[in-house]
Ligand binder design. Structure first.
Ligand SMILES: Cc1ncc(C[n+]2csc(CCOP(=O)(O)OP(=O)(O)O)c2C)c(N)n1
Ligand code: SF4
Length: 248
């Protein structure tokens, strides 16, 4: 029988720790497929965050470190500068990257560090029980916004790609989503371009992935996918926000 779909070799045999319907697993899969396709697995170092993907090194078989909460881009900067021949990625949630780690992210982007970030935006702090994060939507109920996020109290959602795209350092900035096959294929293409940016030493690259957290959203997996389409994508539009010459 012809094999038309198989587990990428960069994925390990460990069962993941993710909840049913969580799109962290989908994000892992497309990163692993690209590592296979580019032949980069053996020279890759992934800096994992604090958050639900803290055990990511069990699931994707590259060299790996875990950064203190939010510090992934700072750690990746050091690794890449000391080992410029390595392919260096960070994988971070919205609490990790956009809250406690926003300074490290912005300055890595401003410096044009030759590293790649995969940014999982599920609109809350998943691991710690669903607190409000910088990307929580206006009106969204979380454990720390029980009456819904209010702009006068909590401010507005942070649009990380749009913000970074105003800077000179980044080579490639995009936002994809993981809610349907078309979007997953598009997200993979975006990450492939981010990989190209680093391989050609063009500067910092980041791809945000609009993701689900059914457990803390208190929804079924199907309801959480429907919520992404209905509520999240109108606020976080998909597309490429910056691509310098040479990224393809
Ligand atoms: C310095 C520090 N502050 C706070 C925490 C607690 N903490 C652990 S995970 C987390 C949030 C993770 O949320 P996110 O980055 O959105 O990732 P997700 O779990 O949703 O994938 C927090 C606040 C910590 N571990 N270290
Ligand atoms: S808590 Fe949310 S982000 Fe964490 S594994 Fe479960 S569904 Fe995924």
């Amino acid at each position: 029988m012809k094999t038309i779909y198989k587990v990428p070799s960069a994925i390990t045999s460990r069962d993941t720790t993710y909840c049913p319907g969580c799109t962290h697993g989908v994000a892992h899969r497309i990163v692993a497929e690209l590592l296979d396709e580019t032949g980069l697995t053996k020279k890759t170092v992934i800096v994992w965050p604090v958050g639900c993907s803290v055990f990511g090194y069990y699931f994707i078989g590259t060299d790996a470190l875990i950064a203190a909460h939010g510090r992934a881009c700072a750690m990746a900067t050091g690794i890449k500068r000391v080992h410029p021949e390595s392919f260096v990625m960070t994988y971070q949630g919205d609490g990790d990257l956009a809250s406690i780690g926003i300074a490290e992210t912005v300055h890595a982007a401003a410096r044009g560090e030759n590293i790649t970030t995969v940014f999982i935006n599920n609109g809350n702090y998943g691991m710690t029980g669903g607190q409000m994060s910088p990307t929580t939507l206006i009106g969204q109920v979380t454990t720390t916004s029980p009456y819904g996020r209010k702009p006068e109290l909590n401010g507005f959602p942070l649009h990380v790609p749009e913000m970074l795209a105003t800077m000179d350092g980044p080579a490639y900035i995009a936002r994809g989503a993981l809610d349907n096959p078309q979007h997953i294929n598009q997200a993979k293409k975006f990450i492939q371009k981010a990989f190209t940016a680093q391989q050609k030493r063009l500067g910092y690259s980041l791809v945000e992935l609009v993701s689900t957290c059914p457990t803390n959203w208190k929804m079924t997996p199907v309801e959480s996918i429907e919520r992404v389409k209905r509520e999240v994508l109108p606020i976080f539009p998909l597309g490429e926000f910056r691509a310098v010459k040479g990224v393809e």
